[in-house]
Design a protein around this ligand. Structure first.
Ligand code: FAD
Length: 413
């Protein structure tokens, strides 16, 4: 179904609820957890036609959009008016704002600016049995009721269909300057990451690539890389021109100790080339063996090196090349096992390695999903990080809001 407005979404959900038909919301289809796949059949409600900007008040730093508007369009509208919509998940040209909210998507700049939910001040949604609700709005504070918006944010389409959102914007930083540190090993790289935080530097982004990820993307790196570089830290300073220059200098110092080399980039062309390259890392890793099973665990920052090494050890034990990269400042890593997608043996070993990785993340007081959600691919694994009482509460919330279990069934369980 391709509804044109919230009333049509409500009518579809009402019909489905009356006739016991599952409903699966679909945004841009860029999610990594299989969340928008109708595994139990039913009606897929795609928000593609709901792309209206309902209102935009640049002078008040806010925008009200329908859920089907692409992430990159929200970012562009903000930028053209001197503002910034900071969430920057990597598939912004494809993903929709509703999908970003439904997954509470992160991205490189979530380190400074927070994940998508931080930027939502109001939501309109259709919930079972087909009713339109609205929470929050063009307001920056609201503690009147329970945080129902917070429940919908990150709910992966299992509680309702988000039809529109009020978003908060900020004045765009005047400048940005990435600084890249290159290291001989994981320990030196992770020590540099902790040095950035320990020095009190607020980087806008703080990313990493380990050896396997760096090797996969090495040939496309737009600048020179020392041959012995086995770990990269990519940090970015932003703010006014003066603040950016000062923060970039501080970053160079903090990243410098133990580094093989530090590269400070300044021109617009260099910055764009660097981030374009970073956006392509996931695909570069995929091309190594033709496929990959990529996780998105998050751990406390002081366990990042352990999580990276654990990924490598699990890969070795299961006979699979492994690597990781991701959002170092958030302790969020795309721990990856590279596979030939046509080899069922490799796929099942990667699956087994993934389950052991979830257990390791939980032991480190981390989470099995820092940004992609459970969707279909990680279903059934909440028990590694939550006790029975917590899981029961999670289930009871679902049963209260969706008593017939028709909203995206089988996901986020
Ligand atoms: C190359 C690449 C890089 C990526 N980088 C990042 C990254 O840095 N950070 C990150 O967090 N993610 C990243 N992702 C994952 C993905 O882009 C995000 O999860 C994104 O938020 C999904 O949005 P979507 O519109 O494509 O949603 P979909 O994939 O269509 O759906 C995702 C989930 O949300 C639900 N949903 C979608 N729209 C709605 C709605 N309107 N109401 C209710 N539920 C809805 C679906 O049912 C599904 O469960 C990346 C993906 C790719 C391909």
């Amino acid at each position: 179904m391709l509804p044109q407005n919230a009333d049509e979404v409500a009518a579809v959900v009402a019909w489905c609820y009356e006739h016991d038909v599952p409903v699966v919301p679909r945004g841009g289809g860029s999610g990594f957890a299989g969340g928008c796949v109708p595994v139990e059949g039913g009606v897929v409600v795609a928000l593609d036609r709901m792309t209206r900007v309902r209102s935009f008040d640049p002078l008040l730093w806010r925008i009200h959009v329908e859920a089907g508007l692409r992430t990159s369009d929200v970012q562009r509208l903000a930028r053209e008016n001197g503002l910034l919509f900071p969430p920057d998940p990597g598939a912004a040209e494809q993903s929709q704002i509703g999908g970003n909210i439904a997954t509470n998507a992160g991205g490189p700049h979530a380190f400074k600016y927070g994940v998508t939910g931080h930027w939502v001040t109001g939501l309109e949604a259709v919930v079972p049995p087909g009713e339109l609700i609205a929470v929050g709005g063009p307001i920056r504070k609201d503690v009147a009721g329970y945080d129902l918006g917070g429940l919908l944010i990150g709910s992966e389409g299992t509680l309702g269909i988000i039809t529109a959102a009020w978003l908060r914007l900020v004045p765009a930083p005047e400048a940005a300057a990435p600084v890249v540190g290159l290291y001989a090993d994981v320990a030196a790289g992770c020590a540099a990451i902790e040095a950035v935080l320990g020095s009190g530097i607020q980087a806008a982004a703080l990313e990493f690539l380990d050896r396997g990820a760096l090797d996969a993307a090495r040939a496309a790196y737009p600048f020179e890389l020392p041959a012995e570089a086995s770990f990269m830290v990519l940090a970015e300073a932003d703010g006014s021109a003066a603040e950016t220059a000062a923060t970039a200098a501080d970053l160079s110092d903090a990243l410098g100790s133990g580094a093989l080399e530090v590269q400070a980039l300044g021109s617009k062309r260099e910055i764009e080339a660097l981030w374009r390259w970073r956006d392509g890392v996931s695909i570069a890793v995929e091309t190594v063996c033709g496929g990959k099973v990529s996780e998105d665990i998050a751990v406390p920052l002081d366990r990042l090196a352990e999580a990276i090494e654990t990924t490598l050890a699990l890969g070795a034990r299961h006979g699979l090349p492994a690597c990781s990269w991701g959002h170092a400042g958030d302790g969020n890593l795309h721990a990856t096992f590279m596979v030939d997608p046509h080899d069922p043996g490799q796929l099942s070993r990667a699956h087994a390695a993934g389950i052991e990785l979830y257990e390791a993340a939980a032991r480190m007081h981390g989470t099995i999903s820092g940004e992609h959600g459970l969707g279909w691919v990680k279903r059934g694994h909440l028990d590694v990080q939550w006790n029975a009482a917590t899981r029961r509460l999670h289930r009871e919330i679902k049963e209260t809001l969706d008593p017939k279990n028709l909203m995206n069934p089988g996901k986020k369980t």
